[in-house]
Design a protein around this ligand. Structure first.
Ligand SMILES: NS(=O)(=O)c1c(F)c(F)c(SCCc2ccc(C(=O)O)cc2)c(F)c1NC1CCCCCCC1
Ligand SMILES: [Zn+2]
Length: 248
């Protein structure tokens, strides 16, 4: 767009022209200004249950043209850290390019190399479709991906359009410390932009090797057969929302 002065120039926010919620007052991602977060002692550490998936469990990994998505079984749940239980749906990633970082959330204006999102729904809202439209119907656990200085690779990341991976310890994809996080109410960061997401953004990052980040940035094809890069939405205004912190 003509107003774009800095790269990457992906002002996806024409979305609100055809997708009304995308122009709402509770949109994600946001910049987290650590000087204006409120410490809340009610925010307990996030505890996952059922995350150690049996290798006999085959998980679908696919490139949907916008990100790489790993479908997760509903047996993986958030057992604490939220007022109600949530069940897993999928996890996916946001990244940049060899020219620059690609996290969705920023902290004090800093953009990280990438961001992992684990998407959950509240089963007491009925089906996933209903949950997606209810406030608090969705929860997303977000962690920043950061290149570690000297890389010994973490976990396994696949590529290609549709494949399956054997079950593995999903908790290994999140930071070790799930007790330090930011919490705020926001939205999906892609159309339909439903404002129904209870966001958790962990303070500790997930360290990947330079090769792993580069693999992510250079191996996936987007919808239009170009490199799938910079698949992050620009940060959105808070419109008075408070960001809570589970730590001081
Ligand atoms: N950050 S996020 O959670 O908002 C998010 C993104 F930013 C995303 F960019 C995506 S991928 C883009 C949306 C999409 C496209 C195709 C398909 C398909 O062919 O199955 C599915 C979805 C993406 F899938 C998600 N997460 C999805 C949001 C879309 C539907 C709600 C349920 C799962 C979470
Ligand atoms: Zn996402």
């Amino acid at each position: 767009s003509p107003m774009c002065l800095s790269l990457p120039c992906t002002d996806k926010d024409e979305w609100q022209l055809e997708v009304p919620f995308c122009g709402g007052q509770m949109q994600s991602p946001i910049n987290i200004d650590t000087n204006s977060t409120n410490f809340s002692r009610e925010l307990q550490p996030v505890v996952l249950a059922g995350y150690n998936l049996d290798p006999s469990e085959q998980l679908s990994l696919m490139n949907n043209g916008h990100t790489v998505v790993l479908r997760l079984p509903g047996s993986l749940t958030i057992a604490s850290g939220y007022p109600q239980e949530y069940r897993a749906m999928q996890l996916h990633l946001h990244w940049g390019s060899p020219e620059g970082p690609g996290s969705e959330h920023t902290v004090d204006g800093r953009r990280y190399d990438g961001e992992i999102h684990m998407v959950y729904y509240n089963p007491s809202c009925g089906s996933i479709k209903e949950a997606m439209k209810q406030p608090g119907g969705l929860a997303v656990l977000a962690a920043f991906l950061q290149v570690m200085p000297m890389g010994q690779p973490l976990g396994r990341w696949g590529g290609g359009s549709e494949t399956t991976v054997a079950g593995f310890n999903i908790e290994g994809l999140l930071p070790a410390n799930l007790g330090r996080y930011y919490r705020y109410s926001g939205s999906l960061t892609t159309p339909p932009c439903y404002q129904t997401v209870n966001w958790t953004v962990f303070n500790q990052t997930v360290l990947l090797s330079k090769e792993q980040i580069l693999l992510l940035e250079t191996t996936l094809q987007g919808d239009d057969d170009t490199d799938l890069q910079n698949n992050f939405r620009l940060t959105q205004p808070l419109h008075g929302r408070k960001v809570l912190a589970s730590f001081q």
